[in-house]
Design a protein around this ligand. Sequence first.
Ligand code: BT5
Length: 242
Amino acid sequence: PAVEYGLDAPFEIEYHDSIGSTNDRARELAAEGAASVVVLADEQVGGRGRLKRKWVGPSGGVWSSLVLRPEIPPSHAPLLTLAAAVAVTRAAREAGVPANIKWPNDVLVDGQKLCGILTEMEGEANRVSWVIVGIGINVNIAGEDLPEGATSVQEQAGTVNRRAFTQRLLEEFDELRTDPETILPAWREHSATLGQRVRVETRTEDVVGEAIDIESPGVLVVDTDDGEARVHAGDCEHLRPV
Ligand code: BT5
């Protein structure tokens, strides 16, 4: 209930003290026909990452899943992942955290992971019936509660008010989704990946070269020895600076 969580957000809020996975709950709500709902949890005990990886979700994080019904084909859904990354980066920067975006779905501080995003969808070839954007942000978590290679808002800038932080996050996301032409320019502005020499591992090949641009709906353009290569977000298993 929105009132209980105390958010004046452009989405309806369903809040849980503890949950398996907010994305799983969001899928249930989507199947029931919900739209513009955000599932939020303090603690997430069965969080999921991409490609069957696990997401660690101790109490103090912002574990959130947005249920959306945009009028887009499934191929455009990665743009919403980019929008979420921009929204997280802006909210983090406002909190004093020098965050930037790693393609395709992370927000980092000095190479350490502050946030991961998991976008899921269902629908026909020409139109999604729903999209779930799962956003996990390490907010008021520190020390041994953080997994290796991770950082948090608390470690970077001290404890923050999670309600205010979440409110800014949702406002920024709402602004971006209603003005989609602003997503790629904002993403480029905050990208840690563009200009970097990277190795992108996909199921079928490794693409090595300088990341030179992002194209709609989330395609990374890499300048390789054999010319320009384009990698779709969904095909990326790992991206490492080399
Ligand atoms: C992601 O996957 O980064 C997407 C994570 C999405 C989590 C949110 S939380 C709300 C919603 N509900 C869910 O069940 N999921 C979403 P991937 O790129 O595959 O990265 C996963 C990897 O990140 C793991 O294998 C760990 O190495 C690392 N990791 C796990 N927990 C972390 C944490 N709390 N902070 C930083 N890194 C973490």
